[in-house]
Design a protein around this ligand. Structure first.
Ligand SMILES: Cc1cc2nc3c(=O)[nH]c(=O)nc-3n(C[C@H](O)[C@H](O)[C@H](O)COP(=O)(O)O)c2cc1C
Length: 192
C-alpha cells in the first residue's frame, strides 16, 4: 500500500514534539505578490489533516494581502534536532468562520487582546502606541469574552506536493517526494 504523506507528516511531527527545544510546529510560510515577488516569514501550524495545513493571522497583514492577490503558498518545517525538513506546496483557501472562531476561542486572553490591538505589518511609530492600544482593548472587553476580530482568520494550504528530506552522512540525503494524483498520491525519490 502506498504511504500516506499526511500520516508520515504526523509521525515526523510527533518525533519533533519530543526532540525540539521549542516550537515544533513552527514553519516558514512563503507567499508571493501578484508580480511573483516572494516573501517569507515564520508562522505556527494550528491544524493538520488530509485537507491540508492551517495557520492563522491578520487578513490585512502583508501575507494576507499577498494571499488575496495570489492564493498559493509554500511551507517549510526544519527540525534541527532531527536533521529533517518537510516542504509543502499548494493553493490556499480561507478556513471557515466556525473553524477560525473555535481556534481563536482557544487562545490565551492576552493573545486575543493582542490580535485586536495589532495593526499587523503596518508601520508603528513607537512601542508605547501599541501598548496603549492593547490597554484600550483590555478595557473594552473587560471581564467579557473576546470575540474574534473581523480581520483575523486562517488559511489552509492544500498540498499538491510534499517532500520529506532526511539528513544522511556525507550529504547523501534522502528525499521522498509525494505529488497529488487524483484523490491519492504518487511517491518517488529525488537526488539529494
Ligand atoms: C516561531 C514564530 C511563530 C510565529 N507564528 C505566527 C503565526 O502563527 N501567525 C502570525 O500571524 N505571525 C506569526 N509569527 C510572526 C510572523 O513571522 C510575522 O512577523 C507576522 O505574521 C507578520 O508577517 P507579514 O508582515 O509577512 O504578514 C511568528 C513568528 C515566529 C518567529
Amino acid at each position: 500500500m502506498a504511504t500516506d504523506p499526511h500520516a508520515l507528516f504526523e509521525d515526523w511531527l510527533a518525533e519533533a514534539r519530543t526532540s525540539e527545544p521549542n516550537d515544533p510546529t513552527a514553519m516558514a510560510l512563503a507567499t508571493a505578490d501578484a508580480q511573483g515577488r516572494p516573501s517569507v516569514r515564520m508562522v505556527l501550524l494550528k491544524g493538520h489533516d488530509a485537507r491540508g495545513f492551517v495557520f492563522y493571522s491578520n487578513l490585512d497583514s502583508r501575507k494576507g494581502g499577498e494571499l488575496a492577490a495570489n492564493p498559493n503558498a509554500a511551507l517549510l518545517f526544519h527540525w534541527k534536532s532531527l536533521r529533517r525538513q518537510v516542504r509543502v506546496e499548494g493553493p490556499v483557501e480561507p478556513v471557515s468562520d466556525v473553524e477560525a472562531d473555535a481556534y481563536f476561542a482557544s487562545r490565551a486572553r492576552e493573545s486575543q487582546l493582542g490580535a485586536w490591538a495589532s495593526d499587523q505589518s503596518r508601520p508603528l511609530d513607537r512601542r508605547e502606541i501599541f501598548e496603549a492600544r492593547y490597554a484600550e482593548m483590555a478595557a473594552r472587553f473587560d471581564g467579557g469574552e473576546v470575540p474574534r476580530p473581523p480581520r483575523w482568520s486562517g488559511w489552509r494550504v492544500m498540498p499538491e506536493r510534499i517532500e520529506f528530506w532526511s539528513d544522511r552522512a556525507f550529504r547523501l540525503h534522502e528525499r521522498r517526494l509525494f505529488t497529488r494524483a487524483g484523490e491519492g498520491w504518487s511517491e518517488g525519490l529525488l537526488y539529494p
